[in-house]
Design a protein around this ligand. Structure first.
Ligand code: NAD
Ligand code: DAU
Length: 336
């Protein structure tokens, strides 16, 4: 039975990918290796727990001794493990450098030693920094604005260096903003949905006219599966959709889907060094034959309905002491 190792598989995209892979490639063993930080959640994998061919390992990607045998056993590694929230990286960035840079280094060292079949390292469009016009292709200059984006750029470059120096067969992907079920309620869409469901104010940073390019998480999973089959090791692939929205448009749509009033919107102090717009040029992937299939508004409506119907999932996170501390630090002063 071939094995796929999914590091960070208990997070948002990782758990969606695991579920996708299970459905599309049922003959594979899936090993999820995840530290279970505040963002990792075994509830994200509740339907897979206990199934044959599904293994969960609690472990840190920076812990070489624990990670190495799992990398040695794997035919494919997909690395989602990361600290991922920009606002948290502005509050404290040590864990970002540790996991997003040193964690990638640890993974690359394991792969260099054991010669894994393929590694897909998940990077982000944020490494390009703000793109005020046009779109960033894979050769664009890296210009990260936040400690999060800078750490991701560091990990991304290390992985590329291991591909060049040691022929570690790694593909780098840089995707745009994801949305869908099981996204931590610190991120824009789930934060706004859950606040609206609780009739709390919706904190929109600055003028709300910042632009993000959105992809439904299942399309991201499809793109990764496609690249596992058709991608070339050592190459970078942007993953995008061309679906650009201002934040305020997204927030208004959420309120509309929930039948809640726009008076809940509160324009609050902006995020420092807030990137005005992201946009990736994903022609390289399109030319290989991949296209997104989900339309933004219907996928957003489906996502909003998922949060409305799965309060058991988000309520535990929102009620946790950890989340309350974060909310206090990031929003209390903004909402005064
Ligand atoms: P997430 O925060 O929901 O999940 C991250 C997961 O990594 C969690 O399960 C966490 O427990 C785990 N983790 C953190 N530190 C770890 C460590 N030291 N060792 C092992 N596991 C650890 O993140 P996400 O939104 O699912 O993002 C996954 C990946 O995709 C990240 O690399 C992120 O940079 C990238 N990405 C995200 C988006 C997006 O819109 N969410 C877009 C492009 C790229
Ligand atoms: O572009 C890919 C990136 O997308 C990923 O690499 C990151 O891991 C992921 O978190 C995301 O980063 P963003 O900073 O774009 O996502 P976030 O959901 O934090 O914010 C989206 C936009 O909404 C951004 O312009 C900031 C704004 N925002 C966010 C929050 C949480 C608000 O206006 N208010 C908020 O409360």
């Amino acid at each position: 039975m071939p094995t796929i190792l999914v590091t960070g598989g208990a997070g948002f995209i990782g758990s969606n990918f695991v579920r996708y892979w299970r459905r599309e490639h049922p003959a594979w063993e899936i090993v999820v290796y995840d530290k279970l930080t505040y963002a990792g959640n075994r509830n994200n994998l509740h339907d897979l727990e206990g199934q044959p061919g599904f293994v969960f390992v609690q472990g840190d990607i920076c812990d070489r001794e624990q990670l190495e045998p799992w990398v040695a056993k794997a035919d494919i590694v997909v690395n989602f493990a990361a600290e991922t929230h920009v606002d948290r990286s502005l509050l404290a960035s040590g864990d970002f450098v540790r996991t997003d840079v040193l964690g990638v280094h640890t993974l690359m060292e394991c792969a260099r030693k054991h010669g894994t079949g393929l590694i897909v390292h998940i990077s982000t469009d944020e490494v390009y920094g703000p793109i005020l016009s046009g779109s960033a292709d894979e050769k664009a200059v890296l210009n990260p604005s936040s400690p999060y984006a800078a750490s991701k750029a560091g990990g991304d470059l290390l992985a590329l260096a291991y591909a060049k120096s040691f022929r570690v067969p790694v593909i780098i992907t840089r995707c745009c903003n994801n949305f869908g079920p099981y996204q931590h309620p610190e991120k824009l869409i789930p934060l706004m949905v859950t606040n609206a469901l609780m009739d709390l104010p919706l904190p929109v940073y600055g003028d709300g006219r910042q632009v993000r390019e959105w992809i439904f998480v299942e399309d991201h999973c499809r793109a990764l599966d496609f690249l596992i089959e058709h991608g070339t090791p050592g190459e970078i692939y942007n993953i995008g959709t061309g679906c650009e929205k201002q934040n305020i448009e997204v927030v208004r749509l959420i309120l509309q889907f929930l039948g809640k009033p726009e008076s809940l919107i509160r324009f609050v102090a902006d995020r420092p060094a807030h990137d005005r717009r992201y946009s990736v040029n994903w022609e390289k992937l399109r030319k290989l034959g991949w296209e997104p299939i989900h339309e933004f508004e219907s996928a957003l409506a489906q996502t909003v309905a998922w949060y409305r119907d799965n309060e058991w999932w988000w309520r535990q996170i929102r009620d946790s002491e950890e989340f309350k501390r974060y909310y206090e630090a990031n929003y209390a002063w903004r909402l005064k």
